[in-house]
Design a protein around this ligand. Structure first.
Ligand SMILES: *Cc1c(COP(=O)(O)O)cnc(C)c1O
Length: 403
């Protein structure tokens, strides 16, 4: 008996913590998706910055299939070849000397936050526990990570939040100076704030955080779950800024759609995690690591990264044209590489969800970051034709919402 689920089944059977669009995509290839009625869409959302190499990428598919025939899971009682290869590759391509694997970005940040607390505890004593993060930041949905995140709507109503967490203003070093002292054990920051509205850090800001962390013997954590893995036009965004963190977290595009997260750090800092200190059943899962290895090797290619910068320019140009054509509908277009935000203004201010729905009607899947920012996070290898076609859809969607 065959039965085809519909969107109504979501309301009937799923916990209502999401409100998905009406269409249900069933298949994808590159930057195109098809729904249950075989209607085609251009994908500017990339699974929220996850499908860095598009849908059904042949390189990732063959890595997955090859590993699927060998072994899926072993637990951390044994290590495995894909995990070791992935760790070595990440170490060779970054500042890091050690890697820890888990299954999501929130988990990677949870590990990072526990690590910085533990490091301070062992090296300096229990009074050094303060974590500074930023308003509008997003670090995941575990209780520790929503508490550190700078959007109170995600942490309120769940009981007492963990202590010694303070929030400064993004891109504002003075607000950091007002909070930082020798009790500070770490600062955690997204080099480009994603969920909070696609806001890149200024170079002076990240340089200033590095300098202040050094002065107060605090660790600097870069959450590159969204802005890393090629999205900024560098393998990791810190490389473009020339500011090196002590701990870096990755996920999203790391697995290209297969769930995996990673925390990267130095040998010295990693040493405070000993057997039993922290763990994850699926961390280092061979299937996930095999796919991620293929993703890292593909994305680290300088020509792919140059392609991201070229695509950025194409998006930027299209958005400027649309802005002129539709009477200054964007008050600002910002971002790095293929993480771009267009702030809606005028009669569309606060109406990101309406644009999203209108875009779907015109054959385009896209994202928002907050109520008023259109967010573009497509595949890093989206073609010029796909960009142009998606922008024509967006043009029609904006026209359909004209006053
Ligand atoms: C998405 C995201 C996370 C959370 O990742 P999950 O895989 O959903 O747990 C953390 N930090 C940033 C910057 C993100 O964009």
């Amino acid at each position: 008996m065959s039965w085809t689920p519909t969107r109504d089944d979501f309301d009937q059977y799923m916990v209502p913590n999401y409100s998905p669009q009406r269409v249900i995509p069933v298949r994808g290839e590159g930057s195109r998706l098809w729904d249950q009625d075989d209607r085609e869409y251009i994908d500017f959302a990339g699974g929220i910055a996850v499908n860095g190499l598009g849908h059904a990428n042949p390189v990732l598919l063959s890595a997955l299939k090859e590993q699927a025939d060998k072994v899926w899971h072993l637990s951390n009682v044994y290590t495995n070849e894909p995990a070791l290869k992935l760790a070595k590759t990440l170490v060779e391509h970054t500042f890091a000397e050690k890697a820890f694997f888990c299954s999501s970005g929130g988990e990677a940040n949870e590990a990072a936050l526990k690590l910085v607390r533990r490091y301070a505890f062992e090296k300096f004593g229990e009074q050094k526990d303060k974590i500074i993060s930023f308003r509008q930041s997003f670090h995941g949905r575990t209780f520790f990570t929503v508490s550190v995140g700078g959007q109170p709507k995600y942490s309120e109503g769940f009981g007492p939040v963990p202590g010694a967490i303070e929030h400064a203003q993004y891109n504002d070093l003075e607000s950091v100076d007002a909070l930082i002292d020798d009790r500070t054990c770490a600062i955690i920051v997204e080099p480009v704030q994603g969920e909070g509205g696609v806001t890149p850090a200024t170079p002076e800001f990240l340089e200033g955080l590095r300098e202040r962390c050094d002065r107060h013997q605090a660790l600097l954590v870069f959450d590159e779950v969204q802005c890393g893995m090629g999205r900024s036009g560098e393998l990791f965004a810190y490389m473009g800024y020339g500011v090196t963190p002590d701990v870096l977290t990755s996920a999203k595009a790391l697995g290209g759609g297969f769930p995996i997260g990673a925390m990267l750090t130095t040998t010295d800092i990693a040493s405070v995690f000993q057997p039993g200190t922290h763990g994850s059943t699926y961390g280092g899962n061979p299937l996930a690591c095999a796919v991620a290895l293929a993703a890292v090797e593909t994305i680290a290619d300088p020509s792919l990264l140059d392609g991201v910068k070229a695509r950025h320019a194409r998006f930027q140009q299209h958005l400027e044209t649309l802005n002129q054509k539709h009477g200054g509908i964007f008050s600002e277009v910002r971002g790095k590489g293929l993480l771009i935000g267009a702030e809606l203004s005028g009669h569309l201010e606060g109406r990101g969800r309406d644009v999203l729905a209108a875009a779907i009607d015109e054959g385009l899947m896209m994202l928002v970051a907050g109520p008023s920012v259109l967010r573009f996070a497509p595949s890093l290898i989206i073609t010029d034709d796909e960009i142009d076609q998606g922008m024509e859809s967006l043009d029609r969607a904006l026209a359909s919402l004209a006053e």
